[in-house]
Ligand binder design. Sequence first.
Ligand code: GLN
Length: 454
Amino acid sequence: HLDRISSVDKGVNAFLHVDTDGALAAAKKVDDDVAAGRPVASPLAGVPLALKDVLVAEGMPTTCGSKILEGWHSPYDSTVTRRLREAGVVILGKTNMDEFAMGSSTENSAYGPTHNPWDLDRIPGGSGGGSSAALAAFEAPLAIGTDTGGSIRQPGSVTGTVGVKPTYGSVSRYGLVAFSSSLDQAGPCARTVLDAALLHEVIAGYDNMDSTSIDAPVPPVVAAAREGASGDLSGVRVGVVSQFSGEGYQPGVLASFEAAVEQLRQLGAEVVQVSCPSFDYAMPAYYLIAPSEASSNLARFDAMRYGLRVGDDGTHGAEEVMALTRDAGFGAEVKRRIMIGTYALSSGYYDAYYGSAQKVRTLIARDFDAAFATVDVLVSPTTPTTAFKIGERVDDPMAMYKADLCTIPSNLAGNAAMSVPSGLSADDGLPVGLQIMAPALQDHRMYRVAAAYE
Ligand code: GLN
């Protein structure tokens, strides 16, 4: 995989940092265990993995795709990183991403865009485009992403790979640089459903270092993926979300989705239409809640504690250094989010914006509850279009935001959702993804359906 990275990553730009020595040392340890007849740490011992550069890892830089963190090294491992190392997984390096995970194309990275291996002129999705592109380009068989509004699932969809957002609180956020704390969730990215399940069980589980961590058994996702592989979905009720179709959806994406639903029916599932009317308001609610939390979380980048410092030449006061550093260190999208969030949280506007968005969030959770009272899983296209051209939406934030229309509701409700490849679009030959959503802590349901469908 290190050789593969050397030969293709100039064109793909999936990696921001390759930890050759660390990866070889971790691999050697597994080899030594095997040679000495010692048991290996997990089924994934020795398997290489690409880590999104928003999760801290000792001995490697963490940039979050931002200039403001350039040169910063974390003194500790995130819980996800620690669990990976303990399982013997070989971390190859850190992957490219939209700055602070804000974006849907990886074009907001301060280190240049990642290119989609299916067509290097197209985006690999975002914000975790680096992780998904690394899988699609065969630079790594496993990767970790984070999903606040769709950043694991949408890149999975447009690169023809599997991406899972586990139930909120089931994978620790300790050492995950916060964008929107009530939505952020790390999860597995892989080329097959079973690989994703094996990785899911390595990273999930209670952690007392994260106050929102759920103290409950990890859903049996590996067993569910194995069960699903038999291809029998009889007794499973699947709901098609009627809101996610129509205007703005590429015909090839809708055709692929209809074929996927037909296939689920042929595997024995009972398919019904389900209406979730509040989902129409998920995107506007998200674009108040996520920037509000981001404006607070990103206040820690104050030029004193981390990375970049500009204007510290004895002629500027501390506040000026802070302003100069934040001006130089943050990109345009991050500044836009901080301004929206600060405005939405300001006195006089708080109830009208943030308060209303929180109410919509409750309505969305209720729509899910009502739907899951009658079906086991919900399905939709993962994203309305296939991979668009690099540059096509950079000047149109609304067009960019629409990439997450179908993925945002599960973040707002905190339940589980994943994207599984559903073939190539008939109109452009590019990958399409099928989204499968399940109730909180019922992640195994979607793995069963995904493995049967795959
Ligand atoms: N594209 C969405 C955004 O820009 C989601 C990002 C994410 O999930 N990290 O906020």
